[in-house]
Write a protein that binds this ligand. Structure first.
Ligand code: DX5
Ligand code: ZN
Length: 229
């Protein structure tokens, strides 16, 4: 568990790759302690992004950051070792991609890092019930995965609240991450609904002052949590 929640996790999917080092530095200068890396295979999602080489470069740019790898790929179990070697601290994969999710979670943990499970907007939380005691994080997708810059799906707020209630009842301590369409206008209420880790791509990297935007989003998330809960 990070010391202070909620935490902002900039998604480098939206970065300018000709200036990746400076842009990551701008995030860490603003206090970002997590970096979210979106891996897309053109099969599970209709877009291709990047693989372990960029994750490794990002990890080298931010040696103190938690490298949060979000796999949107088929057969996630086949790629764990490569991403661990690249510097992943946490790997999440989609429940929709894996009939043997329990086995993949165990494999991620056996490699010495944390495991997360991600869930699409159209997938019910009930599908996660039996793996919740095994995971370090649940990623609630608040857009359909595949692209940055999409609009936050409002019904995700209810899903976040329901998951937070389930967590209370189960007395477990997985983190709740929310991914997609998070920005200054909604980050407070998303944190208040129960999000611990807030992924933000476009709203961070489209800013002229990335450092300032990272600070602003983190402040709004913390203020929102206090105001609405
Ligand atoms: C979507 C990715 C997200 C994406 C978020 O498939 O999983 O992490 O980078 O981007 P924004 O914040 O622009 O919606
Ligand atoms: Zn993501």
């Amino acid at each position: 568990m990070p010391d202070q929640l909620p935490v902002l996790a900039p998604s480098i999917l939206a970065a300018d790759y000709t200036r990746l080092q400076q842009q990551i530095q701008a995030c860490t200068d603003g206090g970002a302690s997590w970096l979210h890396c979106d891996i897309m295979d053109g099969h599970f999602v209709p877009n291709i992004s990047f693989g372990p080489m960029i994750v490794e470069a990002a990890a080298r740019c931010a040696p103190d950051a938690l490298i949060d790898v979000h796999l949107m790929i088929e057969k996630p179990g086949d790629y764990i070792e490569q991403f661990v070697r690249a510097g992943a601290s946490l790997i999440s994969f989609h429940i929709e991609t894996e009939p043997h999710a329990h086995r993949v979670i165990q494999a991620i943990r056996a490699s010495g890092i944390q495991a997360g499970i991600a869930i699409n907007p159209a997938t019910s939380l009930t599908l996660l019930e039996d793996v919740l005691p095994e995971v370090d994080m649940v990623v609630i997708m608040s857009v359909n995965p595949g692209f940055g810059g999409q609009k936050f799906i409002e019904s995700s707020l209810g899903k976040i609240r329901r998951l937070a209630e389930i967590r209370d009842r189960m007395d477990t301590d997985f983190l709740i991450q929310v991914d997609g369409g998070v920005g200054p206008g909604n980050i407070g209420k998303i944190a208040a609904a129960g999000a611990d880790i807030l992924v933000a791509g476009n709203s961070v990297f489209s800013a002229d002052d990335i450092t300032g935007r990272v600070r602003e989003l983190a402040r709004l998330a913390q203020a929102g949590e206090l105001k609405f809960t």
